[in-house]
Design a protein around this ligand. Structure first.
Ligand code: 5GP
Ligand code: ZN
Length: 113
């Protein structure tokens, strides 16, 4: 298995987990870009957003709702937070196992870099 996030899911690479259930895991980003920066990751390997199908709508919904729940738990629901999916090279995707970035705790700028 060569996928880093599959290795984290399998427990072969350590990560600071903040949530886990049968289909999702969430852990702190190793190189945080905000006071809160975590990744919500499906346990099933899906390389990019381009590889999702209608059968994954529930999974993606669960990822987004989990991001909102964790942000709320950490007190970022009122002030606000940002969720980001990067897809492929031009968007800056570096790990090819889909993940939802959840960032909060500082003012964000727009447009993103
Ligand atoms: P991408 O650039 O693919 O959208 O995001 C990949 C993210 O994974 C980056 O923010 C990067 O800091 C994070 N990352 C890379 N390697 C590791 C690791 O070994 N552990 C954790 N927790 N995060 C990682
Ligand atoms: Zn994977």
């Amino acid at each position: 298995m060569s996928c880093l996030f599959c290795k984290i899911i399998a427990g072969e690479v350590p990560a600071a987990k903040v949530y886990e259930d049968d289909q999702l895991i969430a852990f702190n980003d190793i190189n945080p870009q905000a006071p809160m920066h975590l990744l919500v990751v499906p346990k099933r390997h899906v390389a990019t957003l381009n590889d999702l199908s209608a059968a994954d709508d529930g999974l993606v919904g669960a990822m987004v709702r989990r991001a909102a729940a964790i942000a709320k738990e950490k007190g970022h629901d009122g002030p606000g937070y940002r969720t980001v999916f990067n897809c492929n090279a031009q968007a800056g995707q570096t790990v090819f196992h889909i993940h939802l970035h959840v960032l909060g705790g500082r003012t964000m700028t727009w447009p993103p870099g």
